[in-house]
Ligand binder design. Structure first.
Ligand code: F6P
Length: 343
């Protein structure tokens, strides 16, 4: 059997651990061949670059961040129009099964290919943790660890200067990173895309804390968090070439409003891609490894059109169509649970 692998969308700590596990299981256990396509779907659509993966290339990949195959975002419309080209490239390279490792966009394309009869087993990745039908995706734990460490550090400087600190973390549609890092680091407020915030209410919460005699205020803001437009309007950044809303810096704009409305000194830290780079945590290495192994086992069993997923402690298969139907966002009840610690 010849198995094709690609990594698509934003990179994510643990991608190399999946690639390693796919190669080890496919080549080492079953004697199959593994072909890596570079730069996500673009490799299949344009360059048709192929790299034959074997155990020699496999060494020391576990701890390596990023992806050795390279990755790219691809416009979904162009991708849909290019499905025939992708199928042709797969045929030209004698690929029997494709294992795309990616987020919502990559897995949606995988689902389209599966509908067209291509043998596909998807592996979910995203630091945002917004893929449905799996408890968690690898990369998320690393991002939360990086953010938590950063917020822990901000506490001491904020306290020394009696400042308000806003920390912007990633999370386009879902506030999982903000929620987890905010809870883990004892933040005094968490703002997530799922719950529009009222700027006056934020200001009241900040004031109350200082009036009680506390010396600092830490607020974790997901990059996709939005104010209730009646309380503040965010600058409009338009839409990028991949159909995503361009962010204009919610934390920075909120900082200006807090200073203006209540006269507190505010500083902003935007963690950005630091959350996505570097070595994966042990949790992510293990999850990524189990996902990679399970994907090859599914290919071996002929169980196609599926995505590997974590349910409790088990790795299971779910239909790609189910996993890509909607994004997994933070439920209201989870946010309410965290709000006990606000203020
Ligand atoms: O991969 C998800 C993500 O990290 C989002 O949280 C973030 O909005 C986006 O990717 C950033 O993408 P890019 O690397 O293309 O700027």
């Amino acid at each position: 059997m010849r198995i094709g692998v690609l990594t698509g969308g934003g990179d994510c700590p643990g991608l190399n651990a999946v690639i390693r596990a796919v190669v080890r299981t496919a080549v080492g256990k079953y004697g199959h061949a593994v072909v890596g396509f570079e730069d996500g779907w673009r490799g299949l659509l344009q360059d048709r670059k192929v790299v034959l993966l074997n155990d020699d290339r496999n060494d020391r990949l576990l701890a390596k961040g990023g992806t050795v195959l390279g990755t790219a975002r691809t416009n979904p419309t162009k991708l849909q129009a290019g499905l025939e080209t992708i199928k042709q490239t797969l045929d030209d390279n004698g690929i029997d099964v494709l294992i795309p490792i990616g987020g919502e966009g990559t897995l949606t394309a995988a689902s389209w290919l599966s509908d067209e009869g291509v043998n596909v087993v998807g592996v979910p990745k995203t630091i945002d943790n917004d893929i449905d039908c799996t408890d968690v995706t690898f990369g998320h734990d690393t991002a939360v660890s990086v953010a938590t460490d950063a917020i822990d550090r901000l506490h001491t400087t904020a306290e020394s200067h009696q400042r308000v600190m806003l920390v912007e973390v990633m999370g386009r549609h879902a506030g999982w990173i903000a929620l987890a890092s905010g809870l883990a680091s004892g933040a005094h407020l968490i703002l997530v895309p799922e719950q529009p915030f009222d700027v006056d209410e934020v200001c009241r919460t900040v004031k109350r804390r200082f009036q009680r005699g506390d010396k600092h205020f830490i607020c974790v803001v997901a990059e996709g968090a939005e104010p209730d437009p009646r309380s503040m309007k965010l600058a409009d950044g338009g839409i990028d070439e991949f159909g995503h809303k361009r962010f204009t810096g919610v934390a920075h704009q909120l900082a200006i409003e807090i200073e203006r409305r209540i006269g507190k000194e505010v500083r902003t830290t935007v963690l950005g891609h630091i959350q996505r780079g570097g070595t994966p945590t042990p949790f992510d290495r293990v999850l990524a490894t189990r996902f990679g192994t399970c994907a090859v086992e599914a290919a071996q069993a002929g169980d196609f059109g599926k995505m590997v997923a974590l349910h409790g402690t088990k790795i299971e298969l779910v239909p790609l169509a189910d996993a890509t139907r909607r994004l997994k966002t933070v439920p209201e009840q989870r946010y309410q649970e965290a709000s006990v610690f606000f203020g």
